[in-house]
Ligand binder design. Structure first.
Ligand SMILES: C[S@@+](CC[C@H](N)C(=O)[O-])C[C@H]1O[C@@H](n2cnc3c(N)ncnc32)[C@H](O)[C@@H]1O
Length: 293
């Protein structure tokens, strides 16, 4: 398993070999490890190694050298947001769709239940490694359910049924972070339908996406060029961007918070002045299910 994952980015550097979508999770984790004080992720470094570092470096220099900073801000926003909701006893279970190698279960409270969902390869590897690190005392024990799923599947009904049982009526926080860019419109619709069916009144859902306006910027074009040259895409992949109106019009939900990379930078590192043209600006949306749904 380890050889499979870790050899792919390495090969990419030497021959014309593309990486799979699920392997992007290594780079995201690597970025968060870059400034654990800012990201709040003191465990992200566990996923790092020289090969992943090399790949992250190539991506940053090709697209934007601010990508590590932006990923730290994003993690910190969700870490703080979820922590606050836990302290108010508003949520009981965190369901992370496309969890990759993010480490929220080991950073947040032990009282919460965690459901980690991703493609089979990611889940098998994450389960194996985190259990090893728990045995070694590097990570704390947590109540985690790992689920394998493919959001490109023709139907998400089986995933819905599994989740309904595991969630067992508990108040949830659904997170969809760093995933929508890789999905097509119809798979996105299916996923948000599942969220709606799964959640009860006053439960939370958070999502991250790029706005369509970004498509006009040079930095987005650099991202496309990088993806074209380096990523093994699937049929559904179409560089998805999502307008604010999508989130404002989700029936049964109210948009309760909306941040972007620039706002979060001002909040967490006010002395930083970000160069507009170099930032791959991501938008973070927090929605709450209405009482009468
Ligand atoms: C860039 S990583 C982000 C990981 C994590 N959410 C984070 O922020 O660190 C994208 C993740 O989405 C997952 N993903 C992409 N397409 C998927 C699909 N069709 N089904 C399940 N997971 C998917 C990948 O496997 C990967 O773990």
């Amino acid at each position: 398993m380890e050889t499979f994952y870790l050899s792919e980015p390495y090969l990419l550097c030497s021959v014309d070999k593309k990486i799979n979508i699920h392997e992007t999770a290594f780079v995201t984790a690597f970025f968060r490890a870059g400034d654990s004080g800012l990201s709040g992720d003191k465990h992200a470094h566990l996923w790092a190694n020289p090969i992943v570092a090399n790949h992250a470096k190539r991506y940053s220099s090709a697209v934007s050298t601010y990508e590590d900073y932006a990923h730290c801000l994003r993690n910190r926003y969700f870490y703080d947001t979820i922590k606050e909701l836990i302290s108010k006893e508003s949520i009981e279970v965190l369901i992370n769709f496309g969890c990759g190698f993010s480490m929220y279960p080991f950073l947040l409270d032990a009282s919460l239940r965690y459901i980690e969902i991703d493609k089979a390869d990611v889940i098998a590897y994450k389960k194996e490694k985190t259990e090893d690190w728990q045995k070694e005392g590097l990570l704390p024990e947590r109540n985690i359910t790992f689920l394998e799923a493919d959001f490109n599947a023709p139907s998400l009904q089986d995933l819905y049924k599994q989740l309904k049982t595991i969630k067992s009526g508990q108040r949830s926080f659904i997170l969809l972070e760093g995933v929508l860019f890789f999905l097509g419109k119809s798979d996105t619709t299916k996923l948000f339908d599942l969220f709606k069916r799964l959640q009860g009144p006053e439960e939370f859902m958070a999502s991250v996406s790029f706005q369509p306006q970004l498509e006009k910027q040079g930095v987005f074009k650099k991202l496309i060029d990088f993806v074209e040259g380096n990523l093994e895409k699937n049929q559904q992949f179409d560089y998805q961007t999502v307008p604010d109106s999508f989130y404002k019009n989700i029936k049964g939900y109210t948009l309760v918070d909306h941040q972007d990379t620039f706002n979060l930078s001002t909040r967490y590192v006010p002395e930083n002045n970000l160069p507009f043209e170099e930032i791959l600006n991501e938008h973070m949306y927090l929605l709450k299910k209405n009482v009468n749904t």
